[in-house]
Write a protein that binds this ligand. Sequence first.
Ligand code: SAH
Length: 343
Amino acid sequence: MKNIKDYNLDELKEEIKELGEKPFRAEQIFKWLFVDKVKSFDEMTNISLELREKLKQNYNICNFEIIKKQESVDGTKKYLFGLSDENAIESVLMEYHFGKSVCVSSQIGCKMGCKFCASTGIPFIRNLTSGEIVEQIIAIEQDIGDKISNVVFMGIGEPMDNYENVINAIKILNNPKGLNIGARHISVSTSGIVPKIYDFADKNIQCTLSISLHSANNKVRSSMMPVNNAYNIEELIKACKYYIKKTNKRISFEYALAKDNNDNIKDADELIKLLKGMLCHVNLIPINKIENGKYTKSSLENIIKFRDYLNANGITATIRRELGADIDAACGQLRRKKLGGNI
Ligand code: SAH
């Protein structure tokens, strides 16, 4: 049975029409699901008993169970959610001065195989549905009794490898009649699946696009990210330039600094040459060491030097504040977890 939260409002109208009902019923149901956040059809009190029965026969309502919740000293919370099958995923809630931000997972596992990421080496299981992506925000809003203002697709998975569901989840999150999270408050991060970047540009979705670049040198990047063998830096930057031209939006490049790997001034020089003149911003992240990982953090002194050098050479760069490192909730630390244990 399909999860009724998988449909955006237009699709839900079609579904409801097929049940022989008027489209405004879809608006009522949408509000129950995404504003009132009810957990059952019986709570939809302005819907007739007859229609509620039909809904029950055709759909279920996905509600996540919180299996585990960990809180960091900085207030960051990591949730382990149990899905309706035996799977589980992680999401992270971060508090900033501008509001509350949730880092969502888009897949159960990841196929990209980035060498520095904790999701690597764990088998890929399946894509999350749109409803399961959205449910991460709903479950956290309910748990904290507050609104989420920002969503970043930086949890487990490659959003552009589950493109249709991610786009649909954005439509659901965006809808003013539902969760009402503005596109400008949503960031999609990709390891660089080039054809999808073109499509994203053409769709003109007003979200922020983040690119996990990590090196301006093909040899170094390929050694960190196998996706670079499929789409190299030149192809990636070409797609980014197309995106900027099409949307007039700034791209955010993620650059995780690993000691003696991509953190020297010569690496910064290559980066400056690559990004010069582009409407972009560089987000420097101290790489988080993962179990058995070969990369270690660049020193803070070196990261500051790297940032200042970029800024002095016309590339806007900032160092990302690390949140939740003590509960393994920082960048690249999320793993698919099985009920009852780590894998
Ligand atoms: N697959 C997407 C989104 C998930 S990863 C992507 O690659 O962009 C979210 C961000 O965390 C990416 O920028 C990724 O490169 C970064 N990241 C992964 N592992 C990391 C680690 N160990 N330390 C720091 N950043 C890491």
